[in-house]
Design a protein around this ligand. Sequence first.
Ligand code: ZN
Length: 339
Amino acid sequence: MKTLIGHKDIVDQLQVRKVNNKWPQAIVFYGPEGIGKKVLAKNLAAEILCENKNACGICTSCHQVDNETHPDLFVLRPPEGKVLIPIDSVRKMAEWESLLPVVKRGKVVIVSEASGLTEEAQNALLKIIEEPLSQTCFFIVADNKNVLLPTIESRCFALRMKGLNEEQLREVAKQNNWNAPSVVDIHLAMGSALHLSLLINSNFSQFTIHCLDNLYSASIIDVIQLSQGMFEFYSGMTDGEEGGQKITENKFAIWILRLMKLILEDAARLAENQELCYFKADEFKKFSYLMRRTSRDHRLELSKELRAYELDLSLNLSALSVVESALRSFYEMRFVQYE
Ligand SMILES: [Zn+2]
């Protein structure tokens, strides 16, 4: 069973409810993806179903919860390769819910990825939450609370889970035997362990730094090819990914824009002869030479442009064209005349 990292406030809050016998029948755990919501839901399910009543992680029940084979646990999620949870799955769950528990410790439903529930499926789920036939606990996991119908939300106890801090992200990396994350990886992951794993395991930062450094000696045609190359890298990154939870093109583009922003921040430090915060000087050799020569005004202007590009992404402009424009902005720095 995975150990939950962080979220002590949430665990404490639930503990207090348990002690006071105020355990909610249905809980929504919401917050950014990849921060441990499902891990917490499973740990709580194990606590209910564990033979030793403490999610020991050793007993048969705990193992069964871990690999989702416990007869008194139902995990509602989209079928393999699909995004939506069909109403049929909810009906199957309703049938299962109407039976007595097999082990008689309780029953648990985990709704994994609530965003996959159609309105129809949500209404069916609501009926079961309102009138459960067994003493079933419902743990609903959602990246965003707004995907739920207000009628479901009002029936649930909602707990907002925050992103992980740097220390916690490093702990997750250690626990999973990933390479130690760089400061840039930590920064780009924005509190998500899932994103951190993608960043580390794909070597995103090294690849992007290398691309940006190559801009220095590129022609304008290369700039277009370079952005296309970045999206080929993106395809490779999401192809072999486990769990089907893919990073969107937009998120990928945001990573590139934010990495550029970090370069600008470090360039400012370089200009002031301060120590770099995110990169090593030899990581973007050619570029750092150029950066050293940029004026403060120009860096601010670029930084403003990057923010505007990020806004473009939120307006659903094509990620590829946004990245291309951003690369061009960086590229054009070469033609700015400096004092
Ligand atoms: Zn156990």
